[in-house]
Design a protein around this ligand. Structure first.
Ligand code: FMN
Length: 331
């Protein structure tokens, strides 16, 4: 399953994707993943269409891309007010595997900007934005969304949007099956994947709470109608996880070495005062690998500078911390 997916004539193999995660999927993190391989494409953090226009793509830790990363999807968040023509033209210079529109982010500050879930909700504006994009961009376009707002009445609006995506020549849809008001603690509704996939010819990439191959094997009815999988938090916790999903033998893992490698990669891309925030965000997920991971988390969060953070982390790893049991490590 999920051996490959074809997007606009380009085959991506395997059909396994890194989810966009603000604060995590920056260039250093993507570089770390490329050391392990096993994915089909990585995704940037969501990029503000207007901020991206001011970025130096050779240097920005958001949009910079190294050859080792392989296919990279660039995710944009937009309200449609920005100079999308210029943003897309600049993005095309990055040779993206696809440009993805964020239609799912429920964060109030993003919705206030009429982006993310707010753009998904506003059908007319969504239609205008997609139509406009298709007047100047014929390349690979994907979207990522949730189910909608209302658990009682979401199917009809969802179908309306599926038709719009088909009319707009969208090449794949990543569905994170939660409602916009639901936090990540509530379980993703994998049971909705078959219904969604049966209603459109567009390939559906499933996302949300997927942590192991067991999830897929134990739920063939939910996952077999999908064209691909997208993994988020589990990759922040276990950056070496893709090979396992791709069916290769898992690599030998030295947790200290993984943490330290990302530390160095992050410092290559960002000054120490910005790298520290990135390492804190990453460590919040990475610490879930350990039974007493909150110790690592707490020490790193309270570090006053990045070398203090490294010292605390190394001291934790040298204490030979007990690993958390599989399945107890999330949220
Ligand atoms: C820290 C964090 C940042 C996220 N940032 C984005 C983002 O920039 N764009 C987006 O579409 N989704 C974002 N998401 C949602 C994820 O892409 C994904 O849909 C969600 O985490 C569920 O998948 P998972 O259970 O595999 O993590 C973010 C999630 C997290 C935890």
């Amino acid at each position: 399953m999920f051996e490959s997916i074809t997007l606009n004539g380009r085959t991506i193999a395997p059909a396994l994707f890194l989810a966009p995660m603000a604060g995590i999927t920056n260039s250093a993190f993507r570089r770390l993943l490329s050391d392990y391989g096993g994915y089909g494409a990585l995704t940037t953090e969501m990029l503000s269409a207007s901020a991206f226009l001011h970025e130096n793509t050779a240097q920005s830790a958001f949009s910079r891309r190294r050859d080792c990363e392989g296919p990279v999807i660039y995710q944009l968040r937009t309200s449609g007010e920005e100079d999308l023509e210029a943003a897309f033209a600049k993005l095309e210079g990055q040779h993206p595997a696809a440009i993805d529109l964020n239609l799912g982010c429920p964060a109030p500050e993003i919705q206030k900007l009429a982006s993310g879930a707010a753009l998904f909700r506003d059908f007319q504006r969504l239609e205008q934005v997609l139509k406009r994009i298709r007047t100047f961009y014929r390349g690979t376009l994907t979207v990522k969304c949730r189910l909608g707002d209302d658990p009682e009445r979401w199917r009809e609006p969802f179908l309306e949007r599926l038709r719009l995506f088909e009319d707009s020549d969208v090449h794949a849809i990543t569905v994170h099956p939660r409602f916009s008001g639901e936090k990540l603690k509530r379980r993703a509704r994998w049971q909705e994947f078959p219904w969604i996939a049966s209603r459109t010819k567009i390939p559906i990439i499933g996302n949300g709470d997927i942590r192991s191959l067991r999830n897929i094997e134990d739920n063939p009815d939910y996952f077999s109608p999908l064209a691909g999988l997208m993994l988020g938090r589990i990759v922040a916790q276990k950056p070496w996880i893709f090979p396992e999903f791709a069916g290769y033998a898992p690599p030998e893992i030295n947790h200290a070495e993984v943490w330290e490698r990302l530390y160095h990669y992050t410092l290559e891309d960002l000054p120490p005062e910005r790298a520290i925030g990135r390492m804190k965000e990453f460590t919040a997920y990475f610490s879930k690998n350990f039974f007493f991971g909150h110790e690592l988390f707490r020490k790193c969060q309270s570090a006053r500078n990045i070398s203090e953070m490294r010292e605390s982390a190394m001291r934790f790893f040298e204490s030979k911390p007990v690993l958390a049991k599989a399945g107890h490590e999330f949220h």
